[in-house]
Ligand binder design. Sequence first.
Ligand SMILES: [Zn+2]
Ligand SMILES: [Zn+2]
Length: 374
Amino acid sequence: MTEKKSTKSLEVPKTMKAWVLDGPEELRLTEKPVPQPGPAEALVRIDAVSICGTDVEIITKGLPAWIRGGLPFNKNFTPGHEYMGTIVKLGEGVDEYKIGDRVAVEIHAGCGRCERCRQGMYTSCLNYGLNYEGHNKGHRANGFTTDGGFAQYAVNHINTLAHVPDEMSDEEATLIVTAGTAMYGLDVLGGLVAGESLVVTGPGPIGLMAVAVGKALGAGPVILTGTRDSRLNLGLKLGADHVININKENPVEVVKRITGGRGTNYVMECSGAPNALNEAMDMTQRGGRICLAAFPSEPALVDLAKIVRNNIYLYGIRGEGKSATHRAAALMTQKKFDAKLMHTHTFPLEELPTAFKYFRGRIEDAIKVVVKVS
Ligand SMILES: [Zn+2]
Ligand SMILES: [Zn+2]
């Protein structure tokens, strides 16, 4: 493989541009010292960072970011977690990567010392947010409990890095971690989805990636439900065998019809709609499995007896555990699906607030809005 020649400098300045979160909704561009990598860490020059729905949660409500034992406001905290970049400095003893390597990142390094981290479930680390004086378990989740990617540089543990091939654009590489979350959901459902049927409810970025990854792993039929035809059409391009616009058709009836009355093996719930779990139970077959990958904003009323009567398995996931991001990166490197289709807009780092406006307002059908860092 030939080295990609970067036109940007690999030299590391002393200070960098970084956005910080003041009060809710108050992002401010400032200068910060460039962080230094420790043992088992690398300094990443951020080349591109994508906006995620969770970033909106963080800048408006604070959670799930957790900084020094509390909400992340007015703590000089830099959010942003779906980024990629170039290694520009190695911490002591690091030989797994070299300077100039292009990398995508996982969000969660975890603490590395708790039971969950040791099981590969570092996205549900038991020491979440414990990384400050008097409570230092070394937890890292960039953009959540440590500084993230709306900046020129970030430090990453080498476990959170995945190589990006030369042919892949910066914009596409920011989507590796999104695909990693979809991959983790499918892992949790059992992983061996080839020849098994899958419904994905909700065509947001994770739902669309669940379609793409599920199809790449051989699931079939893959059925996508949603309310907007433009997103559903994109789902078809990413590998859905059927799409259902729930404003026009009853999704349970259509899924039953497609599956000969049985329902599917799996449902991946990515909509967060109040009735989503009840519908998922009606769409899955007896003994089927449901993975919840979206946050409903309110408590939901659920017919629990249906879970018991039908021996349905229910899972919740957070993020991209068990190195799922590496497997997702492999699928994208092998061009098993065209993630680029989800990237709709690009803005420079200085225009982050405009990028958020496009993402939040879905202006011009925005899906993945990428910020390029120069
Ligand atoms: Zn995200
Ligand atoms: Zn841990």
